[in-house]
Design a protein around this ligand. Structure first.
Ligand code: ADP
Ligand code: MG
Length: 714
């Protein structure tokens, strides 16, 4: 067996010089016919080789009986042969030196176990043959770059070129979506229907489009996310430069998340999704319509410099609806300055309203629109402008649209337009399109689009921060988790927890594990009274519920008494009876109790939690989640979003907490769980915070290690 060839990049899929259509056809109704028709119809810049044993010509082009019969090299192959012949077709591709594969044929993983097995075999062939594949069970790929002009789908033939690249996991929806995009004037750069996503991953497309200069906006229609440990970080990087909009369908896999900890129990189904969208700046939409509305906004307009919106209209009703929509999406309608109102009055009849929303009334002419738009754009309180135009039945709307387009297209503010009536469908909106001014039919859609532009502006202005660069003893932590994983995973004992947290600079109250009563008395003397005594039993979530926590032991007698209570009444009911030990710990008076935790999310990897801690966390449910890595601004937001945040600033004469230290602790936990992916769950509860950082300390922590799994394939 020859050594594996280097894996090609997605250029092999999106920029082939020539394409073989294996399974090309003349028969109406066959996918193989649509593919050839679209490739020719969209005027592919390279060569097209139809392959079919039975035909000599297809679309006036020579048809080859096999890949081997093609005299030239072949870069990319679109496979649409019957399922049973896919494997043989792939073998031919390997022999021919094909690099990119688009497998249209369905009937694999989506049909059950046998299909999944066949699909795995196809993948092996793809990898060993040094190819990269899209599909199977997909509708193909498009690249509208004038240098390529490839429509290798069986969807609509004509595709409006533009700056939006679009990934759809579903094939059937892909067809509808492309048609829809063209209809609303959303120009595409590239398109891929992923199908079963056997090989090329969502991460790869995201990276590819990140680098593609022609892609300015990325839309994803997905049922599941990419690789949990890399996707959030990558998405965050990409979204810094290009808007990424996601429509995620299907149920969340939250049920699969571990929940044998406070953190796991408190992480509701949406915690990870909320954190993901919050942190990565990836914009979440909840319908196909919104995907396109927002996609068009990003494709045409710059993000807004602020949240102050002015509404300009020639009809009252739609402006009121727009104002309501603004309020519900968190957009402000600022009062207009006196100078602005003066300019408006000069341009408008006395019956018009010169307050925001500005109602010019139905008599507004193109010149009125022009004057009022300029007046509003001259107001420093106006960050974005929504222009509403209801075309009167008797009037030719083109001059007004021309005026709106001209002012909007030459200003430095964010402008969106709402055209009531069917102006868009009647083809009057070319002037707006040419000036990259997005137009919407309904006020709500226009405001939704505006909200996305405002949100993006806010996100871009927010400091992202760096991942904490702290001196940690990674090797010491890895030694603890690797040893635990080798033992089959499970909860770390107190010594393991102590070593792990110490390695990452997370202070834990001094404690001794004691197997006997006398050892407990000696430990108490050593630590200094008063002490705390707890049952030392790694798996127990609520030691205090089981009566296993004794606080404020002030004498040897009390220490002995607590020992006996734990030994005789508590331990026998817990799963640690055969290795009985107690934990004697220094008592930490006062402080605000915080919970810091981590649980693993199947879609996004480690999820970090901060909350108001203590024994009532599940009652209060005052917690905030973020994905790893938690940067300093992330940590700061986590703390400030807590309802109980005032408790940390010293209400009612309480002691204000050292928030800087708490931020650092959250980042250290994030670092720890990133460096040790074997950690499945972690609860530090409570972590006691004081105003002096030297006094801040955890008094209770639990860590669960996953059982080792074999490493994933290449
Ligand atoms: P569990 O969470 O398993 O019930 P903890 O060790 O967290 O057990 O103890 C329960 C509560 O007791 C804590 O929330 C805290 O209020 C208090 N506590 C525990 N250890 C100490 C300590 N060393 N100093 C002061 N208070 C403590
Ligand atoms: Mg606790």
């Amino acid at each position: 067996m020859t050594e594996e060839r280097r894996r090609p990049t997605l250029d092999a899929i999106f920029r082939p010089k020539n394409i073989a259509v294996v399974g090309a056809s003349k028969k109406v109704g066959k996918i193989g016919r649509e593919l050839v028709r679209n490739l020719f119809g969209y005027e592919f810049e390279g060569t097209i080789f139809p392959v079919n044993v039975q035909e000599r010509f297809i679309s006036s082009t020579k048809c080859y009986e096999s890949l081997a019969a093609i005299p030239d090299p072949v870069d990319m192959a679109v496979i649409s042969v019957p399922r049973a012949r896919v494997r043989a077709a792939l073998e031919d591709c390997v022999a021919k030196g094909v690099r990119g594969l688009v497998i249209i044929t369905a009937g694999f993983k989506e049909t059950g176990e046998a299909g999944a097995l066949e699909e795995r075999e196809l993948l092996e062939l793809v990898r060993a043959g040094g190819m990269i594949a899209v599909g199977p069970n997909c509708m193909g790929v498009i690249n509208t770059d004038p240098a390529v002009r490839m429509n290798a789908t069986f969807g609509p033939q004509q595709v409006l070129p533009g700056n939006v690249s679009f990934l759809s996991q579903s094939g059937a929806l892909g067809v509808v979506l492309i048609e829809q995009a063209t209809e609303i004037g959303l120009g595409l750069r590239m398109f891929v229907s992923q199908g079963n996503r056997m090989d090329a991953s969502t991460d790869q497309f995201l990276e590819y489009w990140h680098r593609d200069p022609g892609t300015e906006v990325i839309l994803l229609y997905i049922e599941s996310f990419g690789a949990p440990r890399t996707f959030p970080r990558l998405a965050r990087q990409v979204a810094r430069e290009k808007p990424v909009v996601v429509l995620k369908s299907g149920r969340t896999a939250a049920g699969a998340r571990a929940a044998s900890s406070h953190t796991g129990a408190l992480a509701g189904a949406d915690a990870a999704y909320d954190a993901f969208f919050h942190q990565t700046g990836v914009y979440r939409v909840s319908s196909i319509e919104e995907l396109f509305d927002v996609g068009k906004a990003f494709a045409y307009q710059r993000p807004s410099r602020g949240d102050g919106v002015a509404i300009l209209t020639n009809a009252g009703g739609p402006a009121i609806m727009a104002a309501d929509a603004c309020a519900s999406l968190g957009l402000r309608l600022p009062d207009l300055g006196e100078a602005t109102r003066e300019r408006l009055r000069a341009a408008l009849p006395p019956e018009a309203a010169t307050q925001n929303p500005v109602d010019m009334i139905a008599s507004a002419t193109p010149a009125t629109y022009r004057a009022c738009m300029n007046a509003l754009l001259g107001d420093p309180a106006v960050d974005a402008l929504l222009v509403v135009f209801v075309a009167p039945p008797t009037m030719d709307p083109s001059a007004t649209l021309e005026a709106i387009a001209e002012v909007a297209g030459s200003c430095d503010r964010t402008v969106v337009v709402c055209l009531m009536g069917r102006l868009e469908q009647l083809g009057h909106t070319e002037a707006l399109r040419a000036r990259r001014v997005p137009a919407y039919v309904y006020p709500e859609s226009a405001v939704r689009a505006l909200a996305a532009l405002v949100h993006r502006g806010q996100w871009l202005r927010k400091p992202q921060g760096e991942v904490l660069d702290a001196a940690v003893d990674r090797n010491a932590a890895r030694a603890v988790v690797e040893a635990a994983a080798l033992r089959g995973g499970g909860y770390l004992d107190d010594a393991g927890v102590q070593a792990l947290l110490a390695a990452y600079g997370i202070p834990l109250a001094s404690a001794r594990r004691c197997p006997t009563e006398d050892a407990a008395v000696a430990a108490a003397a050593e630590l200094g009274l008063p002490v705390v005594m707890k049952v030392s039993c790694p798996g127990v979530v609520h030691k205090s519920d089981a009566g296993g926590v004794f606080l404020g032991l002030r004498s040897e007698l009390e220490v002995r008494g607590a020992y006996h209570r734990i030994r005789s009444a508590v331990a026998p009911r817990l799963p640690c009876a055969d290795d009985f030990q107690v934990l004697v710990q220094e008592q930490i008076e006062g402080g605000q109790e915080i919970i810091i935790g981590m649980t693993s999310d199947p879609n996004f990897g480690p999820l970090i939690m901060c909350g108001i801690g203590g024994i009532y966390v599940e009652v209060l449910k005052d917690v905030v989640f973020r994905l790893c890595p938690v940067t300093e601004p992330d940590a700061d937001e986590m703390i400030r979003e807590l309802r109980g945040f005032p408790l940390l600033t010293g209400v009612r004469g309480g002691e204000p907490a050292d928030l800087g230290f708490l931020r650092e602790m959250l980042q250290r936990v994030s670092l720890l769980v990133s460096d040790c992916p074997e950690i499945a769950e972690l609860d530090i509860n409570p972590f006691k915070v004081f105003s002096a950082r030297a006094r801040c300390v955890a008094v209770d922590a639990r860590v669960r290690i996953t059982a080792p799994t074999p490493p994933p394939g290449p």
